[in-house]
Design a protein around this ligand. Structure first.
Ligand SMILES: Nc1ncnc2c1ncn2[C@@H]1O[C@H](COP(=O)(O)OP(=O)(O)O)[C@@H](O)[C@H]1O
Ligand SMILES: [Mg+2]
Length: 258
């Protein structure tokens, strides 16, 4: 039996009277690439943020490698932070710090690692991401794809078991998207990371996923291998992977507005 990396049970979340999650449940196994897909505004980012403790759910249970995320004891907090990291959709870099310091931030500020050693570690992770030589540049001097890779290097620098990626390839061209796909597969194959990836890109999801979960109207409506998802008879899943909006377009747009 494979170890469970993340268990989400009956998660519920609303903002005001808007129900975002209405009983979301799924399990991600250690070393798995689990891709979450669903229409925009359906709560994918909120789901990742709840797993990462950035947003508190109203109800439900989240376990990360056995740690009860919603009831962490003080002494478990640091272990949790080192087990799971979240890569923001935007990258969320500090513009006033050079690239290497962005990557090494946690090591220096939270772990008290000496700057020289932290910089070496940062350089190593930057090199893995094809960013050697960018150490002393500032985020504003990088392209969008490079900034996203810096954000991944920063996550790797913390050496977590599990990384949550929120739309890592949104806004990137197809070549950069393919590079990111390979990177995520490499993180799993060579570094044994568990990867949860929110993606809007059906082709990319089919390339990288061990399993895919489709989030729709507050529930994980289908979970399966790419093969199972491709052959799903669920009309919602079929519409989604074929890129057909559900219902009249005005309704679809209203759904996104929240
Ligand atoms: N902090 C917040 N306060 C109020 N509403 C929010 C907040 N964050 C997200 N929402 C709403 O929750 C819904 C899901 O958002 P999100 O998870 O960002 O969707 P997506 O699937 O596109 O990532 C949207 O309707 C959004 O407007
Ligand atoms: Mg989102």
């Amino acid at each position: 039996m494979r170890e469970k990396a993340i268990v989400v049970e009956n998660l519920k979340k609303r903002f005001g009277n808007k129900v975002v999650h209405d009983g979301v449940s799924f399990t991600v196994y250690d070393g798995e690439i689990f891709v979450i897909m669903g229409p925009s505004g359906t709560g994918k980012s909120v789901l990742l943020k709840q797993i990462a403790r950035l947003i508190e759910p109203d109800e439900g249970k989240i376990l990360v490698y056995g740690m009860d995320v919603l009831n962490l004891k003080d002494e478990e907090l640091e272990k949790f932070r080192e087990t799971l990291t979240y890569v923001f959709q935007s990258g969320a870099l500090f513009d006033s710090y050079p690239v290497w310091y962005n990557v090494a931030f946690y090591l220096i500020e939270k772990k008290g690692v000496k700057e020289k050693i932290a910089r070496e570690r940062a350089s190593y992770y930057l090199s893995l991401l094809g960013l050697s030589g960018t150490e002393d540049l500032y985020p504003s001097e990088l392209s969008g794809g490079m900034r996203k890779r810096v954000a991944v290097a920063r996550a790797l620098c913390m050496n977590p078991k599990c990384i949550l990626f929120d739309e890592p390839t949104s806004g990137l061209d197809p070549v950069m998207t393919a590079i990111f796909d390979r990177l995520i597969i490499r993180l799993r194959n060579e570094f044994n990371k568990t990867c949860v990836v929110v993606s809007h890109d059906v082709n990319s999801a089919f390339r990288i996923a061990d399993r895919i979960g489709i989030l729709f109207k507050g529930k994980m409506v289908e979970i399966g291998t790419p093969e199972e998802i491709r052959n799903s008879r669920n009309p919602v899943v079929k519409q989604f992977i074929n890129g057909e909006p559900e219902g009249p377009i005005t309704e679809v747009l209203e759904q996104e507005n929240g």
